[in-house]
Design a protein around this ligand. Sequence first.
Ligand code: CA
Ligand code: CA
Ligand code: CA
Ligand code: CA
Length: 291
Amino acid sequence: MVGAYGDETRGFQAGAVHLFYGPITRDLTTADADAAIYGEYSYQWFGWAVDSSGDLNGDGYDDVVVTAENDANNGCQTGKVFVFYGPLSGVSIATSASAQLIGNVLGDGAGASVSTGGDVNADGYDDLLIGAGGIGCTAYEGIGHAYLMYEPLFGVYDLSQADAVMEGAQIEDGTGESVALGDFDQDGHAEVVVAAPSYILRDGEEGQVYILRHPVEGLIPLHEVETFLRGDLSGGFAGSGLAVGNVNGDGYTDLVVGASGSRNTSTPGRLYLELGGPLRTSARDAGKTPR
Ligand SMILES: [Ca+2]
Ligand SMILES: [Ca+2]
Ligand SMILES: [Ca+2]
Ligand SMILES: [Ca+2]
């Protein structure tokens, strides 16, 4: 699945997503896509983030989630997220989604990131985790968020209906620009990972990554979360990217934390590997898990 938020088919930067069913054995163009979904209107940025790693409605098929971070349906850059249960084929537009989740905070940018790759409450359905970087609209105070939805979704929702709302610790720390789900300790409950890559620890933009364990419910100020990874470089932006997978084949899911670095401060990019295993509550530098 390939997101193209700048696609102009239905308006300037209305956006699009193209799906290619495997096996993929030759060079392809978007014209070869098995399915295409287009944004609703100009500047929606449909296809900003995409995910198809989870089964939200429990029918055995992974589902397609597409975000439109710049959607302004509910006010300036509130953002919107679309869920498609499929099967998908041919050409459609975003409004054909099975469910739509509409941001409710001005400038929140709901859909900066998205993940469906885990079941936090262990009810057999994968859950929907939405990041909102809180970077848009000058009048906005710039607190980022992440939203978690447990129930299978049908119809239109406002993100004030989320089962859990995580709120950034600092203004403009980029909370929600990356999110991930993964069961790192193999207890059957996926952990919730929310990054704040612009978090200022000492000199600036070291970045911080929060790991939340079940139960994850209600309003959660991230400064109260006790398990987090700190970036160790000024201008490192730890958490600018997150990835989940069993890297060393030991049965535990692992977390990879990307730190993009910064040209302004000549900070090189880095990758940190956090090996899965029994979780302990701690604050520590990324990539230095005591084992
Ligand atoms: Ca499904
Ligand atoms: Ca679930
Ligand atoms: Ca777990
Ligand atoms: Ca592992």
